[in-house]
Design a protein around this ligand. Structure first.
Ligand code: ADP
Ligand code: MG
Length: 462
């Protein structure tokens, strides 16, 4: 069984044919042990190579990182306003430097759409990286071509080179095979540490790996990628129970695949955010002007039905913070009317026609917090309300506190996936009180859905 657990670390990383095999298992496999065992046996057989398995001394390591950092213009210069993403790659870089690899880093920044957009240059990143690493970082203002090859070939063991924004070429997002070949010219070994870009089959996340593998070279996961796969994959494959899943955010349609998959693993699912109003609507309750998806009433009811069948507790909010939207007469940057909200209060029954729901209320927060306090594994994806506005942040903050407390006081394992959920945790200053916060955003959601991420699939099997 121990072997199985290790292999499951990369359960999201198997190739498509094997994933298909898994998807054929009966969807409504209830508590029936046989079906679950079969599922685990099939899933627990393959792992991806990581940099721990490599020896890259003297080799040119083509390393895809996620340096899509926020930049701001200050006195005509682009300045990095948050270097978290750079810091997160340091363990992988240090490990490869220690091994004596010659590192060639590629990344994208923003959406230059195939043009050399100067405000999206990675040059400032090279400078910051050099400071953080405490060693020089070379920079070439291109990601393919002679200059790149010359500089890469002159690297000594432990040297670091950052290449210019790979999205300056349209071929990157098209995963153009000829472009991948050009990138691969400087790659003896391929390493991917950009989990946040692994759900896209682009040249630098997928194509290059294929080229390197075809030549007999190794393709491995970096340490950040490895952690993501461990927490979003392995830890949730065999969670300590009770396993409580908290799902919120804007839309049911965004999250239905995650709900569907997690219904087969969770003991309890707590629903919040605007998503809850589609459930409310499906139950025939008025939702006023709230964000809903009437086309997904059936989806919501089917999820509840499946929960009942599997014996999963499915909790919906019983009170809601509402506000009445009023036009301020102002327009935002995109030319859309800026709305404000008045008469903000909490209600238990139907949402009035002129009002909109913005968060779970206090009663629901307290009920959810109690359930969370009994959990041994917690997965949270999607805020409980429009937390960006302080008037509607209390529900999300209360749940965040409960998750932090369960982790700190009860030893629960808490895993947070989704870009806005991570933002909410950080805003509540509780980011360091949970077990793991994914860096993946959209990639983490796709991974939780059980999708094969092309950037992971392309890595070598152990
Ligand atoms: P994540 O990025 O964590 O996966 P989502 O993108 O699904 O989360 O959802 C986050 C967004 O949902 C936030 O911007 C939040 O403002 C919005 N949201 C949550 N609840 C509501 C609500 N009741 N009304 C409007 N927007 C909401
Ligand atoms: Mg989001």
């Amino acid at each position: 069984m121990a072997r199985c657990a290790v292999r499951a670390a990369f359960s999201g990383a198997m190739d498509v044919s094997r994933r298909l095999e898994i998807s054929f298992r009966p969807l409504d496999a209830d508590g029936d042990g046989a079906a679950r065992r079969l599922y685990h046996e099939r899933i627990c057989f393959m792992a991806k190579l990581t940099i721990r398995d490599l020896n890259v001394r003297g080799k040119r390591v083509f390393l895809r990182v996620d340096y899509n950092v926020p930049l701001e213009e200050k006195d005509g210069q682009m300045v990095i306003t948050d270097d978290t993403r750079i810091k997160e790659t340091l363990p992988t870089l240090k490990a490869l430097i220690e091994q004596g690899g010659r590192l060639i880093l590629t990344a994208h920044l923003g959406r230059p759409k195939g043009k050399r957009e100067p405000s999206m240059s990675l040059r400032p990143v090279a400078e910051r990286l050099a400071n953080l690493l405490g060693r020089p970082v070379a920079f070439v203002d291109d990601c393919i071509g002679e200059k790149v090859e010359k500089t890469a070939n002159a690297l000594k063991d432990g040297d670091v080179l950052l290449l210019e924004n790979v999205r300056y070429y349209n071929e990157e997002e098209k995963n153009d095979p000829a472009f991948a070949e050009k990138l691969a010219k400087v790659a003896d070994v391929y390493v991917n540490d950009a989990f946040g870009a692994a759900h896209r089959a682009h040249a630098s996340t997928e194509g290059v790996a294929r080229v390197v593998a075809k030549r007999g070279g190794k393709c491995a996961a970096g340490l950040l990628m490895e952690r993501e796969l461990k927490f979003l994959g392995d830890e949730l494959e065999k969670p300590a129970r009770p396993f409580v899943v908290i799902l919120g955010g804007a839309k049911v349609s965004d999250k239905i695949k995650v709900i569907d998959r997690l219904l087969e693993k969770a003991d309890t699912i707590l629903i919040g955010g605007a998503m809850a109003y589609t459930f409310q609507l499906a139950h025939g309750k008025p939702v006023g002007k709230s964000l809903v998806e009437p086309d997904h009433k059936g989806t919501a009811l089917a999820a509840e039905e499946k929960a009942k069948k599997l014996g999963v507790k499915f909790e919906l909010p019983t009170d809601v913070v509402v506000g009445k939207p009023v036009d301020t007469g102002k327009l935002n940057k995109k030319g859309k009317p800026v709305m404000d909200f008045v008469n903000i209060h909490t209600i238990k029954d139907a949402i009035p026609d002129d009002s909109e729901g913005f968060s779970i209320g206090e009663e629901t927060s307290a009920r959810y917090a109690k359930i969370i306090s009994g959990a041994k594994t917690i997965l949270w994806n999607g805020p409980m309300g429009m937390f960006e506005d302080a008037r509607f942040a209390a529900g999300t903050n209360a749940v965040a506190q409960a998750v932090a407390d369960a982790t700190q006081k009860n030893g629960a394992k808490s895993i947070i996936g989704g870009g806005d959920s991570v933002k909410a945790l950080n805003k509540a200053k509780l980011g360091d009180k949970v077990t793991f916060m994914s860096t993946g955003g959209g990639a983490s959601l796709e991974f939780l859905e059980g999708a094969v991420l092309p950037g992971v699939a392309a890595l070598s099997d152990k």
